[in-house]
Design a protein around this ligand. Sequence first.
Ligand code: UD1
Ligand code: CA
Length: 458
Amino acid sequence: MNVVILAAGQGKRMRSDLPKVLHQLAGKPLLRHVIDAAREIGAEQICVVYGHGGEQVRTALNSVADIAWARQEPQLGTGHAVLQAMPYSASSTRTLVLYGDVPLIRASTLRRLIEVAGIGSLALLTAHLDHPQGYGRIVRIDGDVTRIVEEKDADDAERAIREINTGILVAPTAALARWLPTLGKRNAQGEYYLTDIVALAVAEGMPVVTAHPDHAWETEGVNSKLQLATLERVHQRNVAEELMEAGVTIADPARIDVRGELGCQLSCGRDVSIDVNCVFDGHVELADGVSIGANCVLKNCRIGSGTRIAPFCHIEDAVVGPDGIIGPYARLRPGTELGRDVHIGNFVEVKNSTIADHSKANHLAYVGDATVGRRVNIGAGTITCNYDGANKFRTVIEDDAFIGSDTQLVAPVTVGRGATIGAGTTLTRDAPPDQLTVSRAKQMSLPGWKRPVKKKKD
Ligand code: UD1
Ligand code: CA
């Protein structure tokens, strides 16, 4: 199967400098959704017809292997567009035409279309709409498709037809190669219409068959930001339904967003619950019994079983162990690895650090480039001073240490096993194990001291 994806249109109505097919749905370019659908049905050869924003489209998708690119310049219509792909399409097989701005097409629908197409027919994906305005209409005589008429070329009777052309079709590649160079452009738009191949097939006696999508949204295109947002919601609803069918509790399926360049990669164990307004990006794993509070953003991370993420947490490129309590208002940055039963409280930021089992940092702290042992308590306001303005250094805090509130640990520095650091300490040298280390001016009181009073003006 050859797949030709039309993506040369400008997308003026997006009112954007970004080529239309690069706008994202669920964090993934529209065109990438279509390429992935083509891959899902086992396409052997995929050719993208590009034009507007040309090189930008190619560069954005150059990580996708095995795509042929056909440039269409200028854009003279859908028939002209498919013609550009012919040199990249093996003539012994069939060609499926898809659209780079129709992102939610499903493999199941495409498989059905391919099946009705058989070997020697032209197969059209059509739909019956209550409001067919704007689409090409399927003209039938005695039930047989005879041609497609574009809205702008249609008479009143034809405009009343409610069966529309979705644009997606399957044809024998050799027939396409024969028909496309013969298309004319004497029509209302002065374009080479791909849809004119229907009448050519009928004239040759080739059967024209139809199939229909399972859902209307599968064949809806994106021409504006409004349509983009509408399809985004449809997609997110579908993802939410899949998660709920798999047993995930979702407080409001209209208020969850799952995004990612590689598609939905949120995997959930049993009895996971997700409160409202959470965003999951990239590869996220939530183990059994995890609960995610409202308004959390989780990107590329793993959360261990039984861990509770309280509201308003931001977690990225991090691993959180089981039975933990994170947040509210915690920020776990890249390179964070937390063991079992770790508590990270409000306004605590952790970066490139490991914190071992049963340790806690419950309030207002910065833990960066640190290795923290087990059962460590990090007091409120503690800061690892990891950066001297030029280089970064590590802080090591061994098992059972207790870091008093408002401590600065000036790295590189080590706090020994079981050590206690007095509140307010600025630690610049290693603290020995099991001792109290404190660096703080001795407290004193001045008997008889008087507050200054304001001088009287003369
Ligand atoms: C086309 C169909 C119409 C169908 C509708 C479904 C034709 C003549 N008409 O109309 O029957 O109901 O789609 O949405 O095919 N493109 C190119 N190069 C071009 C022109 C278009 O790559 O020179 C691409 C566009 O980027 C777009 C797609 O082809 O992705 C459809 O083009 P568009 O102009 O939107 O076609 P319609 O007029 O909507
Ligand atoms: Ca269109």
